[in-house]
Design a protein around this ligand. Structure first.
Ligand code: DX5
Ligand code: ZN
Length: 218
C-alpha cells in the first residue's frame, strides 16, 4: 500500500506539535519537511532546527526535501538534526554527487527530486545510488498549488525503468496531491504521496489519509 507523507508546509505552524500528532494518529507514514533557500526555490521555509524540533516529537521517519542550491554544504546539519531521508534536487547548483556521498556516509536514505519539466534522462546516472525519487507534480515553492497531470506518464516511465533494472527505489510524488489526483498517481506507480493542503486542509484527516491510501476518487 502507498505511504503517506504529510507536508508540514501546509500545517498550522502555531501548533506544529498538535498538527504532527494529528497526522500520526490519522495514519501518516512519514513527515515531509520542505526546505527552501530563496534561491533554488522562490520561497524561504525551514532549516535544520525545525527538523531537530520535529525529531523530538515524533517517531515517524522524517522525509526532508531539500529545495536548495549547494545541498552538499547542508547535508551534515540536516543529518545531525535527525533526517531519515534526504532528497536533493537534480536541478540544484552545487555538487549532487558529493551530497549523495555524504547522505550515504551518514547511513540515511538518499532521495533525488526532479522538477516537472526535467526529463528522466537527467537522473539516469544516479539510479543505482538512490533509495527514493521524488517526482515533483508542481514547481517547487509553495503548498496548495495545482497538480500538473503531464507528470503521470513520467511516473509510469520511471516505474518501468526501475523494474527493468531490478532496482529497489521508491517513487514519491509531491505537489497538488489530494483525493482527486491521487488515484491516477497511484495507478502510475507512486509508492509515497507527499501532500500538504490535501491533508492539512481537509476536515477529516483520518478519512482523507484512508482515501488517499486506497486511491479512492472523491
Ligand atoms: C512544493 C513542496 C511540496 C508541497 C506540497 O514546493 O515541495 O511538498 O509542500 O503541498 P501541496 O500538497 O499542498 O501541493
Ligand atoms: Zn516537498
Amino acid at each position: 500500500m502507498v505511504k503517506i507523507a504529510p507536508s508540514i508546509l501546509a500545517a498550522d505552524l502555531t501548533s506544529l506539535k498538535e498538527e504532527i500528532r494529528r497526522v500520526e494518529e490519522a495514519g501518516a507514514d512519514l513527515v515531509h519537511i520542505d526546505i527552501m533557500d530563496g534561491a533554488f526555490a522562490p520561497n524561504i521555509t525551514f532549516g535544520p532546527e525545525i527538523v531537530r524540533a520535529i525529531r523530538k516529537i515524533t517517531e515517524l521517519p522524517l522525509d526532508v526535501h531539500l529545495m536548495i542550491n549547494n545541498p552538499q554544504k547542508f547535508i551534515k546539519p540536516f543529518l545531525q538534526a535527525g533526517s531519515d531521508i534526504l532528497a536533493v534536487h537534480i536541478e540544484a547548483s552545487g555538487n549532487i554527487e558529493e551530497a549523495i556521498g555524504l547522505i550515504k556516509e551518514g547511513k540515511k536514505k538518499v532521495g533525488i527530486a526532479i522538477n516537472p519539466k526535467t526529463p528522466l534522462l537527467a537522473i539516469e546516472e544516479f539510479l543505482e545510488k538512490v533509495d527514493m525519487i521524488t517526482v515533483m507534480s508542481v514547481h517547487p515553492g509553495f503548498a496548495g498549488q495545482i497538480f500538473i497531470p503531464a507528470v503521470i506518464p513520467k511516473i509510469r516511465e520511471l516505474k518501468d525503468l526501475i523494474a527493468k533494472r531490478n532496482l529497489k527505489i521508491e517513487i514519491e510524488v509531491d505537489g497538488g496531491i489530494n483525493t482527486t489526483t491521487a488515484p491516477a498517481v497511484i495507478k502510475a506507480g507512486a509508492d509515497i504521496l507527499a501532500s500538504g493542503l490535501g491533508i492539512f486542509g481537509s476536515k477529516d484527516i483520518k478519512k482523507t489519509i484512508k482515501k488517499l491510501k486506497e486511491g479512492i476518487i472523491e
